[in-house]
Write a protein that binds this ligand. Structure first.
Ligand SMILES: [Zn+2]
Length: 109
């Protein structure tokens, strides 16, 4: 859970504002998180399961094909480095056309 929340970067403005206000105290940090709520995954976030499905599919796909990641940002197999990229992957369609076809072929065996 810590990796899901802390590893992909939050919006740039979040860090700039955090630095500018030097919000070392818990209340200041909570206020800042509230301002940017929805733009990053937080502890207890209901979207967590969907995000994990994407990471699982990346691992499964790599095991099955030996191919890592996809250059299409909206594909679940894209290697997101920003929280907003992770969350953008949750909208339909789940996979880019190439990976959808690839997965359908794998499912047929
Ligand atoms: Zn793809």
């Amino acid at each position: 859970m810590t990796g899901l929340v802390e590893a992909p970067a939050k919006p740039k403005e979040f860090y700039l504002e955090k630095q500018f206000h030097a919000t070392g105290d818990a209340a200041g940090l909570e206020a800042l998180k509230e301002k940017y709520r929805g733009r990053f995954l937080d502890y207890g976030d209901p979207r967590t399961t969907e995000v994990v499905k994407g990471y699982v599919m990346q691992a499964v796909f790599y095991q099955l094909t030996g191919e890592a990641f996809c250059p299409e940002k909206r594909c679940r197999l894209y290697n997101a480095h920003w929280q907003e990229e992770v969350l953008a992957q949750l909208s339909e369609p789940e996979f880019c056309p190439a990976h959808r076809r690839r997965l359908e072929a794998l499912a047929r065996g």
